[in-house]
Design a protein around this ligand. Structure first.
Ligand code: CA
Ligand code: CA
Ligand code: CA
Ligand code: CA
Length: 389
């Protein structure tokens, strides 16, 4: 009898244990598995590369090591997402042919319509063909430039018609000049290349595109540096070498359109802790400030906001609050780090536009209050950091 009672007791105990431990564990397992699936689905990014031989990786020992593949890996790494790369670049494709592809090719149109990231390199072939034909003056370059401008606008317009996602990101590579050292007798060639680049810069600003300033990386800020001498060009004298491809990928990766120390790629990501869930066209949505407070810095000309938010950022904001800094006050109006931005604006933010997103400060409201310091401190506590790793 006693053994029967014991068995009964054991069974009862096992049932209780089952209810208390196994069922909740199973529910938790199902819950987290579902969450993971949801995050995985949201974290997948479609990247489409449009362009010519530069994006196609022409002439490389292994074209899968071109800048497009590297940049695709950068997106995955920087945003902690999975990516689907569709490289549709075609060697020798001038801008007119790219426009035609975008307008009529079903493969292109389908890929564009579901893209999250699009990179474009176009114009090099237009310019190169004119040069190859011996063009060295405005007579033959003017029509090339006019056609390019019109194609550029039409390509972007068609892409935006096909894909109306609010977070579609398009970044455009400008043109480098591989012949800068050999074309010194024909200045019009470089002048027109730079006119094409000016157009890319102007239109990209008004259309909200990122610009990868490859020209600056290859030809320097002066435009006169020789990329061949830097080892960026293959022996054909035109296409980027493996080193050159690495440089191009890095330029695309580091594009920071609004200049808030978080890259466009980072800001577009799904995780605010990595710098994501932000706007790459809003300079004030990452609460990093110059540290220490500029008015207290031994050499303020060397102090700028960086890509990490620490307790010291909140301290610096608080220091401006203690100075009662506001529109019109000395500390607010001066520009001690000489970056062309009133120091007060660099520390000032407004109330959170969306309290469910405490990492997204509101625009400056003219007063650096204790609440500003609290917002900065909240961002620090959340651990937001957009540093590239
Ligand atoms: Ca940025
Ligand atoms: Ca931003
Ligand atoms: Ca300043
Ligand atoms: Ca404020």
């Amino acid at each position: 009898m006693s053994s029967k009672r014991n068995r009964h007791k054991t069974n009862l105990l096992l049932s209780v244990l089952f209810i208390l431990l196994v069922i909740p564990a199973f529910i938790a397992f199902v819950y987290f598995a579902t969450q993971k699936m949801v995050i995985g689905a949201a974290g997948s990014v479609n990247y489409v590369a449009l362009g010519d031989s530069i994006s196609a990786g022409y002439g490389l020992p292994d074209s899968s090591h071109g800048w497009v593949s590297t940049f695709n890996g950068n997106i995955a790494n920087d945003e902690a997402v999975s990516t689907n790369l569709n490289n549709l670049a075609i060697p020798s494709l001038p801008s007119s042919d790219l426009l035609n592809k975008v307008k009529t090719d079903t493969v292109f149109r389908s890929a564009i319509s579901s893209a999250d990231f699009i990179t474009i390199d176009t114009g090099t072939v237009d310019w190169w063909v004119a040069r190859w034909n011996g063009c060295s003056s405005s007579v033959c370059f003017d029509p090339v430039l006019a056609t390019y401008k019109s194609n550029f606008d039409a390509i972007i317009s068609e892409i935006r018609t096909l894909n109306t996602k609010s977070n579609l990101y398009i970044s455009v590579m400008n043109l480098y000049n591989p012949y800068v050292a050999v074309d010194t007798a024909y200045p019009a060639r470089d002048q027109y290349l730079q006119l094409m680049n000016s157009y890319i810069a102007t239109r990209s600003t008004s259309l909200g595109l990122g610009v990868a300033d490859v020209h600056k990386a290859f030809n320097g800020a002066s435009g006169t540096e020789d990329p061949v001498a830097k080892g960026y060009i293959q022996t054909d004298g035109l296409h980027p070498s493996q080193t050159g491809h690495g440089v191009i990928a890095d330029v695309f990766r580091r594009v920071d359109t609004d200049g808030d120390a978080c890259t466009d790629v980072k800001e577009l990501g799904p995780d605010h802790k990595l710098g994501g869930q932000r706007d790459y066209k809003n300079k004030w949505d990452f609460y990093s400030v110059p540290v220490p407070a500029l008015f207290a810095a031994p050499d303020p000309t060397k102090v700028f906001a960086d890509s990490a938010i620490s307790a010291a950022d909140a301290d610096a904001v608080y220091a401006y609050f203690k100075k009662a800094a506001k529109n019109g006050s000395a500390e607010y109006e001066q520009d001690l780090n000489k970056n062309g931005i009133k120091d007060g604006l660099e520390y000032d933010r407004g109330p959170l536009p969306d309290p469910s997103k405490p990492w997204l400060p509101g625009p400056a409201d003219g007063v650096i209050g204790a609440s500003d310091a609290q917002e900065a401190f909240a961002s620090f506590k959340l651990g937001d950091n957009c540093t590239l790793r």
